[in-house]
Design a protein around this ligand. Structure first.
Ligand SMILES: Nc1ncnc2c1ncn2[C@@H]1O[C@H](COP(=O)(O)OP(=O)(O)OP(=O)(O)O)[C@@H](O)[C@H]1O
Ligand SMILES: [Mg+2]
Length: 246
């Protein structure tokens, strides 16, 4: 479904992403891991066209994303969250999801839904349920705990009903029980039909939910495989698992 083919991004002299190729198949949860500065967020930024590629090709459902503008990416069915939380703190939890849902103007399959207010509300309620935020729906986003704010980011990503949801470090700074809830949420989203590309340093999360793990190191792909195989890989352990920040 998503195919990255030899993608390269240079910033001045830095090869932030240096010839990376991998695929994400429909319905899969793929994790992208690697040490700080290994090019994970840049890869997401290339997929969503925050930056143009230096070289290589990215296709999504056989469509070349390389020529699309950032604001058009959402209409292809790709949504993302950001490493730094970006919420409207002066709006309620419900309103934050609603604002995100309204961005989905061009996503034809669901256009109908968002014209009907009742259906929009039902959809938002459904998402808040998946993200364990029902009880907080009327609270201001600014009053949420860290874990709740992260889950609200995920809810906002889900609001556009994406085919592919990309999460950039959703578990960063979370407590153990918050990570447990996030694992639950991610599994529910997958059961609902979402395909997920997950970046995180929190290996409890990654190794629990991902079916396949891609490891980056210095902008290059170091390894790819099922979680157990990645955890046992000596090169990965040396590059990453020994220096993990959790
Ligand atoms: N806009 C930019 N301008 C210049 N250099 C950048 C830019 N964005 C990223 N870089 C550099 O590219 C490299 C990869 O950064 P990136 O943010 O993709 O790493 P990351 O794997 O997401 O790391 P982290 O785990 O810390 O989030 C780093 O050396 C970073 O400094
Ligand atoms: Mg990053």
């Amino acid at each position: 479904m998503l195919v990255l083919d030899q993608i390269v991004k240079t910033f001045g002299g830095i090869r932030a992403v240096d010839g990376v190729s991998f695929e994400v198949n429909r319905g899969e949860i793929v994790a992208l891991i690697g040490p700080n500065g290994s090019g994970k967020s840049t890869t997401l930024n290339l997929i969503t066209r925050v930056y143009p590629l230096t070289s290589g090709r990215i296709t999504f459902d056989h469509r070349d994303l390389t020529q699309l503008a950032t604001h058009k990416i959402i209409h292809t069915g790709i949504a993302r969250t950001f490493q730094n939380i970006r919420l409207f703190n002066n709006l309620t939890v419900w309103e934050n999801v609603w604002v995100a849902a309204r961005q989905d103007h061009g996503h034809t399959g669901w256009q109908r839904w968002f014209r009907k207010d009742r259906a929009t509300r039902d959809w938002i309620d459904e998402i808040l349920g998946y993200c364990h935020l029902d009880a907080r729906r009327h609270d201001l986003a600014g009053n949420l705990s860290f874990g709740e704010a992260r889950r609200l980011e995920v809810a906002r990503g889900m609001a556009t009903n994406p085919t592919l949801l990309m999460l950039d470090e959703p578990a960063a700074g979370m407590s153990g029980s918050e990570i447990g809830e996030l694992i639950d949420t991610i599994r529910t989203l997958q059961q609902r039909g979402a395909t997920i590309l997950l970046i995180d340093h929190v290996l409890d999360l990654v190794m629990n939910v991902a079916e396949r793990v891609v490891v980056l190191n210095f902008g290059r792909k170091l390894a790819e495989g099922p979680p157990a195989q990645i955890q046992a890989n000596a090169e990965v352990r040396a590059a990453y698992l020994g220096t993990k920040e959790t």
